[in-house]
Design a protein. Structure first.
Length: 194
């Protein structure tokens, strides 16, 4: 059975120049670059199969980005006809060739809340009348809820925020680690039992 003919894709000289500009630009991501190349090759008359052979990708990938460009071509041409600047048209091209939003649940904690949790971990617990000298994930989670930053949070989530926020350089941990029962170290009376 013969394969269906690919959607015809044509570029105006202005769109071709803008695509070439994005292809040559150093800041263009590899993902966007690949999609720009698909559009350029499709505009040069290559089939999806030829494009996939040349760029070493799946034919559905070539088909998807060809279709996305064809569907958005009217919008792009209308913006150009209204006198949109090249900068605006470049942003529009990048938006056309961007991934769709991914499905899934929204983030539970906002970046602002995460920053507040990290800031709280940097505070001295004794300044807030706590009977300990270093925060543990459990105690920090309790304090975060007590302060009303969030309604609920697990100690594990607190630990992930703090672990992910550290610099790559070795440093002192933000949280105290509870020693296992029977471990040697500082005794409850404050003396060193080593």
């Amino acid at each position: 059975m013969p394969s269906p003919h690919p959607l015809p894709l044509q570029l105006t000289p202005q769109h071709r120049d803008l695509l070439d500009h994005l292809i040559r630009r150093e800041q263009t991501s590899q993902q966007l670059l690949r999609r720009l190349q698909i559009v350029r090759l499709a505009a040069d008359g290559q089939t999806n199969q030829e494009i996939t052979g040349q760029l070493h990708l799946h034919r559905e990938t070539a088909r998807l980005w060809r279709k996305r460009w064809v569907e958005a071509a009217d919008c792009l041409e209308a913006a150009a006809a209204e006198g949109a600047s090249d900068t605006h048209l470049l942003r529009l091209i990048e938006a056309i060739l961007a991934d769709d939003p991914r499905p899934g649940a929204p983030a539970t904690f906002t970046p602002e809340v995460m920053v507040q949790i990290v800031a709280l971990a940097c505070e001295d617990p004794q300044a807030t009348q706590q009977p300990f000298t270093h925060w543990t994930p459990q105690e920090l989670a309790r304090e975060v809820v007590h302060r009303g930053l969030v309604a609920r949070i697990s100690p594990r989530s607190v630990g992930r925020f703090l672990k992910g926020g550290r610099s790559q350089a070795p440093s002192e941990p933000l949280l105290a680690q509870r020693p296992p029962p029977g471990a040697r170290g500082v005794s409850p009376t404050g003396g060193d039992d080593l």
